[in-house]
Design a protein around this ligand. Structure first.
Ligand SMILES: [Zn+2]
Length: 346
C-alpha cells in the first residue's frame, strides 16, 4: 500500500506544477484498456494454448461438500481480510486485458469451500492463498498447513466443524517455512493447549531458523516486494489483479506463529499422530529451505506440500525468497515417485 500511496502523492505534486502534462497523460496507476499490441499478444497466446479437456476443472470440483455462507471474512475490528466472492465475475471468454491462460487459471483457482480428498481427509480451499488439509484423528482434527492468517484459518476451521462435526484440534503440521503454511495457527489452536501437551505441532528440521530468516530478517523487504509479486494493493478485476499462481490472492489476515513441539529431521521418519500413521519425506532446499511431505498409508494419500502443484513455481521469486535448487527439487520428486507412487496408484 505504501508504494501506491507514494505514487499517488507524486501524481498530486505533478498536478500542481504541470497541469497541461497531466491533462494529456492518464494517472500512472489508472487502469487502461488493452492496446492493439496487447490484443495481438493475447490472440497469439490463445492460439498457442493446447485444446481444453476440462480435466483440471473436473479435479477442482471433485469432492466438494459446501462453502461458507457469508463471503466476507473479517478481522476483529470489522475490516474485511478476505472475500470469497472477489472473483464471482470471472465467466465466459477472457477479456482483452487478460492473458487467456491466466483467465483459465483463475476460473479454476477461484473455487472455494470444503472438499473431501480421501476417506478421513478433507481440504478447505480458496479461503486464503494456500489450502488447509484436515485429517480425522482418533480424538480430533489433525491440520496440515493452517493458512496465512488467524481470521481465514478460523473461518476454515468453523466450516470444518460445522459440516463434519465439532472436534478439537489435536495436532498441526507445518509443511514448510513459508508464511502461508503456518500464519493462521493461532486462529485454530490455543497456545496454552500446545504448552500443556494437548496439541502437538510438527515441523521439518530448521523450520524456526528459516522462518525467522525469511519472514523477520528479510521480512521488511520481502513484505514490500510481495505487493509487486502478488499485486496485493490492486483490486481483483479485468484491469486489476487476477490470481497469484498457487491461489487467488494473499489474505489480509493476521500472521501468527507457535513454535513446533516436534521436529522431523530426515526422510523415512514416521509418527503416529492422534492414531494416524504418517511417513515423512524431507524436501528442504526445493520449494522452501525447510519443507516436508507426508504419506498416510491407510488411505494411500501423499501430500506433497508445494513440491508438486498444478502451477509452475518460480526458481527465483520476484519477492526475494531463497533461490530454489531445481536439480535438488527434481531429485525429491523422483524420490517421492520411487517411494510412494506404486502404493498411491495401486
Ligand atoms: Zn511455499
Amino acid at each position: 500500500m505504501t508504494a501506491l500511496r507514494h505514487r499517488r502523492f507524486a501524481g498530486t505534486a505533478l498536478l500542481a506544477f504541470a497541469p497541461l502534462l497531466l491533462a494529456q497523460a492518464p494517472a500512472p496507476d489508472a487502469p487502461k484498456p488493452a492496446t492493439s499490441a496487447t490484443l495481438a499478444a493475447q490472440r497469439g497466446a490463445a492460439a498457442a494454448l493446447p485444446q481444453e479437456d476440462n480435466r483440471d476443472a473436473t479435479f477442482a470440483r471433485q469432492g466438494f461438500i459446501a462453502t461458507r455462507a457469508d463471503p466476507l471474512i473479517k478481522a476483529a475490528d470489522g475490516r474485511p481480510v478476505w472475500n470469497l466472492a472477489a472473483y464471482d465475475w470471472v465467466a465466459g471468454a477472457a477479456p482483452d486485458t487478460v492473458n487467456p491462460s491466466l483467465w483459465r487459471h483463475i476460473g479454476i483457482l477461484r473455487q472455494h469451500g470444503l472438499f473431501q480428498v480421501a476417506d478421513g481427509i478433507w481440504q478447505v480451499r480458496g479461503f486464503d492463498i494456500s489450502n488447509m488439509t484436515v485429517v480425522r484423528g482418533n480424538t480430533g482434527w489433525i491440520l496440515i498447513d493452517p493458512l496465512t492468517g488467524r481470521e481465514t484459518a478460523k473461518a476454515a476451521m468453523d466450516l470444518v466443524n460445522e459440516k463434519l462435526g465439532q472436534r478439537p484440534v489435536t495436532a498441526v503440521i507445518y509443511s514448510h517455512s513459508h508464511g502461508d503454511h503456518f500464519g493462521g495457527v493461532r486462529g485454530v489452536v490455543d497456545e496454552a493447549d500446545v504448552k500443556s501437551g494437548k496439541v502437538a505441532i510438527i515441523a521439518p528440521a530448521h523450520f524456526m531458523a528459516e522462518t525467522v530468516s525469511e519472514n523477520i530478517m528479510a521480512g521488511a523487504a520481502m513484505g514490500r516486494r510481495v505487493m509487486y509479486q502478488f499485486g496485493t494493493a490492486l483490486q481483483p478485476g479485468a484491469q486489476g489483479q487476477i490470481g497469484s499462481g498457487i491461489g487467488s490472492g494473499v489474505s489480509g489476515a493476521e500472521i501468527t506463529l507457535i513454535a513446533p513441539t516436534d521436529t522431523i529431521n530426515k526422510t523415512d521418519e514416521s509418527r503416529v499422530v492422534d492414531g494416524v500413521p504418517m511417513e515423512f519425506q524431507i524436501v528442504s532446499g526445493s520449494e522452501a529451505p525447510s519443507e516436508l511431505n507426508v504419506y498416510i498409508a491407510p488411505t494411500r494419500t501423499f501430500l506433497s506440500s508445494e513440491m508438486t502443484t498444478c502451477s509452475l513455481h518460480n526458481i527465483l521469486t520476484p519477492r526475494g525468497a531463497k533461490v530454489r535448487d531445481a536439480r535438488i527439487w527434481a531429485n525429491f520428486i523422483d524420490e517421492a515417485l520411487q517411494t510412494w507412487a506404486a502404493a498411491v496408484t495401486a
